[in-house]
Design a protein around this ligand. Structure first.
Ligand SMILES: Nc1ncnc2c1ncn2[C@@H]1O[C@H](COP(=O)(O)OP(=O)(O)OP(=O)(O)O)[C@@H](O)[C@H]1O
Ligand SMILES: [Mg+2]
Length: 459
């Protein structure tokens, strides 16, 4: 006797065939559940179903292809095997392109069907096993903290816990660096969607033509240059969370399309009329106050109302100054560990900076400041003044000192220019390629500095 191979759902409107299939599957150590209609089978399928689904294509009522679409919407990783009659092969091939696991022509050889079922079953067991593992890891890593004891932050954490596990769409509002992505990430991790994808799209970083196919996907030939089919981010996030960053930058034409998706929970990839159902939660983030008509600009009011079922506002750091020391302490310790050196005592200069600075770059600016303090390079805009003796740095070999100095100058320039690369290059007076090489070498991400600030030459 071979080992138990797990459940299989088998659907056919022919009763004799169902009886034969039941027998065959039992003999091969599967646990079959057979159904005379797709509708009846669907009622038994959810994202925890641990096996493949086999269905005839031609049936009265819902046919096999429609069933496949429905199963895919429940969980795209459930293998669906289609049984085709005369003349259905083309349809079946299209379904395979669309993600069906396999198709088998009638009358089928038992061996062929069983071999496919073995593979499909194993694959399904693996997928579910992986999900369970990822879940366990997510739980054991614990809830990554959204640090802060200010009343607004405690309140925010409380709200996050309350709504994370619901499916409401959420709009996160806050200045640059206040932690919007941290919040979006927590909404995902604290939800039952945590084992499914968290897909982020920065609406401000892509040209209009690209965003559309990034979001919705396209078929071959949908536009000039579309040589391969592409699954859009929305579809990728099926079952999970779609994070739309800088939503205020979404072009008006796409706002209309996005609104439709949010209302119908269906998408139509470019170059096709076929709609596909999707199950997703949308978290969007914005730096603008979209509730204010003056600040909203050409952002559609109806989309705003649709996105902000719940709005979470993260206050800027200057409005919760009591959190600065806690955050700084945390980042300093983390940076010291990363750089492999003991956390330095806080100097008077550092304390001054913490209490007097306005932190326009908010928590992100504080993270970078802590990095510099950990390296002994305290003070924004005063990177290692020439001739100054700094304990931590003076022990380093010359090449490392030079490298640290260079990284600091680049970071400061990026900070000054609000992450505007073109202007930073001008300020630094280096060739473009050299600049990018240096960013890479020092592990600097210019996006970390992007914000709407005036650029001035550092004095
Ligand atoms: N409350 C917090 N606790 C711990 N870390 C935080 C907190 N808020 C922000 N951070 C850290 O600060 C940095 C910036 O946060 P994040 O990327 O979420 O900001 P953002 O609001 O998305 O900024 P932007 O609008 O510029 O994209 C990250 O390194 C993040 O981990
Ligand atoms: Mg962000």
């Amino acid at each position: 006797m071979s080992a138990e191979k797990g459940p299989v759902i088998f659907i056919d409107d022919d009763e004799d065939l169902l009886r034969a299939a039941t027998q065959m599957l039992k003999l091969a150590s599967f646990s079959p559940s057979v159904f005379g209609s797709a509708e009846a089978a669907l009622a038994r399928i959810d994202e925890n179903f641990d096996g493949p689904v086999v269905s005839d294509i031609r049936m009265p009522g819902m046919n096999g292809l429609q069933l496949f679409e429905r199963v895919k919407a429940i969980d795209a990783d459930i293998p669906v095997i289609l049984i085709t009659g005369h003349g259905d092969v083309e349809l079946a091939v299209a379904a395979i392109k669309d993600g069906a696991y396999d198709f088998i022509s009638k009358p089928y050889a038992t061996d062929r069907l069983l071999a496919t079922l073995h593979r499909a079953s194993e694959k399904r067991h693996l997928v579910l096993e992986n999900r369970r593992l990822r879940d366990a890891v997510a739980r054991s890593v614990g809830d990554i903290p959204l640090i802060g004891e200010a009343p607004a932050m405690s309140q925010l954490r409380e709200t996050l816990r309350q709504i994370a596990d619901t499916d409401v769409d959420v709009l996160v509002e806050g200045e640059t660096g206040t932690g919007k992505e941290v919040v979006a990430d927590l909404l995902h991790r604290w939800s039952k969607r945590r084992a499914r994808p968290f897909v982020a799209l920065n609406c401000g970083a892509l040209p209009e033509s690209v965003i559309e196919s990034e979001l919705f996907g396209h078929e071959v030939g949908a536009f000039t240059g579309a040589q391969r089919r592409r699954i859009g981010r929305i579809e990728h996030s099926n079952g999970g969370t779609l994070f739309l960053d800088e939503i205020e930058s979404m072009p008006p034409a796409l706002q209309v399309k996005l609104l439709r998706v949010l209302e119908t929970r269906q998408i139509t990839p470019l170059g096709t009329n076929q709609t596909r159902s999707i199950d997703l939660r949308v978290v969007s983030a914005t730096k603008a106050d979209l509730g204010d008509p003056a600040a909203r600009g050409d952002f559609r009011e109806d989309l705003y109302f649709r996105l902000n079922v719940v709005t979470l506002r993260i206050p800027p750091l200057r409005e919760r100054r009591e959190d600065i020391p806690i955050l700084f302490g945390h980042f300093l310790e983390r940076a010291s560990k990363r750089f492999g050196r003991p956390a330095p005592d806080m100097s008077a200069a550092v304390r001054d900076r913490l209490t007097s600075h306005d932190w326009p770059g908010n928590v992100r600016e504080l993270v970078h400041f802590a990095d510099r303090v950990a390296l002994g390079l305290e003070g924004v805009g005063t990177p290692m003044a020439p001739g100054r003796k700094d304990e931590a740095v003076s022990n380093l070999p010359l090449s490392e000192k030079v490298s640290l100095y260079e990284a600091t100058v680049i970071r400061d320039a990026l900070q000054e220019c609000g992450g505007d690369v073109r202007r930073t290059i001008e300020v630094l007076g280096v060739p473009r390629k050299t600049f990018y090489d240096k960013l890479k070498r020092h592990g600097i991400d210019s996006a970390d500095y992007r914000k709407n600030r005036e650029c001035s030459k550092p004095s």
